[in-house]
Design a protein around this ligand. Sequence first.
Ligand code: NAG
Ligand code: NAG
Ligand code: NAG
Ligand code: NAG
Ligand code: NAG
Ligand code: NAG
Ligand code: NAG
Length: 606
Amino acid sequence: MKLFTSSLALQLFPLFSDSRKVALNPPICRNTPSSSGYPTVAVWDALNATVSGRLASVVPSAKYCAGLPDGGCTDAQWMSALFRGGIPGAMNQVNWEQGYDLRPPSLCLRNATMCGQGDVPIYSVEAETVADIQAALKFSKTHNLRMAVKSSGHDYLGRSTAPYSLLIHTSKFRNISFTDSFFIGPEDMGSAVTIGSGVYANTVYEQGRANARAVVGGLAATTCTAGGYVQGAGHSPLSPALGLAADNALEFNVVVASGELLQVNSISHPDLFYALRGGGPGSWGVIVSVTFRTFPTFNVTASLIRLSIANATVAGSLAITHAHHIFDWDSVRASQYFWLVPSVTSPGSFVMVLNTFMPNTTASRSMALLEPLINASLALPGISLISQEYTYGEINEALYQADDRVGLNVVLGSRFVTETTYRNSPTKIGQVYSKLLESGSTEYVHFIIEVTSFNPFRLAGFLAIWLRGGKVAENAKISSAVHPGWRIAKAHASTENIDSCWILILVAQILLTSSWQDSTSLTEIQAARKFFQTKQLPILEEVVGSNAGSYSNEADVLEPDFQTTLYGPNYAKLSAIKKKYDPEDLFIVGAGVGSERWDEWGLCKI
Ligand SMILES: *[C@@H]1O[C@H](CO)[C@@H](O)[C@H](O)[C@H]1NC(C)=O
Ligand SMILES: *[C@@H]1O[C@H](CO)[C@@H](O)[C@H](O)[C@H]1NC(C)=O
Ligand SMILES: *[C@@H]1O[C@H](CO)[C@@H](O)[C@H](O)[C@H]1NC(C)=O
Ligand SMILES: *[C@@H]1O[C@H](CO)[C@@H](O)[C@H](O)[C@H]1NC(C)=O
Ligand SMILES: *[C@@H]1O[C@H](CO)[C@@H](O)[C@H](O)[C@H]1NC(C)=O
Ligand SMILES: *[C@@H]1O[C@H](CO)[C@@H](O)[C@H](O)[C@H]1NC(C)=O
Ligand SMILES: *[C@@H]1O[C@H](CO)[C@@H](O)[C@H](O)[C@H]1NC(C)=O
């Protein structure tokens, strides 16, 4: 007989002590509404009173929309990250709300007549104070509930949602304050900013501009700098110049599983400080705020270049050319988002988008630095320049975006591509590119063309590369849980399988015929979810090898060996830290530390 020594099992034991059979094998599942131990309405009401009425019933975003006075959301609302951020149950990408794997599947689709709760939590504590978080944690422990933590819902692995769970929603932690000297013990760490876990990146940039300070944050408007972003490592257009967000974090205020609010820094709790910087989001506690180093503001040139590409073969040649030029901008510590998308207007052809940030570089200097790549690209048959724009201005203005376009179904997969690979094998990189484009287009062009009128801008990204290196590599000596792959990476390659209307259309048909069991369409959805593992990864591995790591915030939640792939050699240490601060596994997320002990929903131990 297996001995259950965890305190979770001990807690459960008395509940079932009347049944000998169960007592010998204590259940190791969280309570769900069908469990006898699930709180009654009166008990929930008592929690609501404790949190000053901030307990909300949570519904999927489509149901929320259906309940609006106009009977629906406009497309603009549906695709707005700001709008979705105000809905407790909404994720940025709607597929993470769906219970594709629940039996039976439980989906809630836009404008549909039927709606299942899917993977959306049942209740949410819309926390405004530390005491609210503590009350929610205590309640979860007492009643053995699955808990989820969310700041904005900008999340590519579905970690901030979970079926039958109690959500702790930190979107109201919106304080932000700058200081000229931040102390860790006796040491003045210099200028810093303390950011609440619900503060959007665009607010940080607005405030950064007002205070003439630069903060390493994400490019998307509603990434929460002090939320899952920094816990996963936090890559930024500023990273080659200033490092990852995790490299710049000085202190975390975090409510841990015991309920204590800890001030976590290099002196007070070095182990937890290590884990919170790169050890993955959602696994350590509920963050209230994070203090980051700041830098004097500076100007950048942000540029956007778009090239049209005749076909996938030409796209491969262009990728080779790009790989040859990828070191051209190191002198200015540039960051670049390099994106190949199937063309909206001309099927079979592609568009390459280059979004480059060059710190302390004028527009003319920036043009001169990009010209060799542009000229070499235009010398290839089948390539032409669509447009190029260079904007010189203050960094916070360059990073500020009003909103993000979301509301699609998106799954990601990624691998680090090392500097050595770029130096030694640029041709191979190009070949892998064309193969990926070809593998994608055969499977997905159909829906891409169908959905272009729906969202022409965001759809159909296949392989995006962020240039890294520079300060990210130099920061290798920092002791943190940042995957060592970051320190040797020139780029982080990710495939984005965006299948918005493909899923919407097919599943809408299922709903119309009330045929949840339509295995064909659900099979296709499953194929799309597994596309990275089954088709794209084997191609990517031809150039990155089988041991390349992946950025834990922009990865495939289905990675079979996520421990190594997402956390590399840090996993054993992270597991030990997890045991110390979260012995009962309250904080379990997909492909997160300790999740190997739980099923895919974090509901039952396996
Ligand atoms: C919690 O209390 C508030 C204020 O009384 C109320 O508006 C809200 O509906 C309650 N939440 C739930 C889940 O009952
Ligand atoms: C859903 O309904 C709204 C109007 O409420 C409409 O604008 C939108 O196009 C519809 N979307 C889909 C996917 O049916
Ligand atoms: C946010 O700032 C206000 C005003 O200074 C303060 O009362 C509140 O406690 C702060 N909230 C948190 C979570 O730190
Ligand atoms: C920009 O230039 C200023 C002045 O030379 C320098 O202090 C600052 O570190 C530079 N910033 C970056 C990000 O390179
Ligand atoms: C790029 O091409 C343009 C037009 O042919 C030419 O004027 C310019 O000198 C070229 N630049 C480089 C760096 O080769
Ligand atoms: C791709 O485009 C190039 C340039 O237009 C052309 O020479 C080549 O034949 C095309 N290849 C395919 C497979 O269509
Ligand atoms: C930064 O760019 C702005 C234009 O947006 C300009 O007014 C300012 O002088 C520039 N600052 C520096 C230090 O070049």
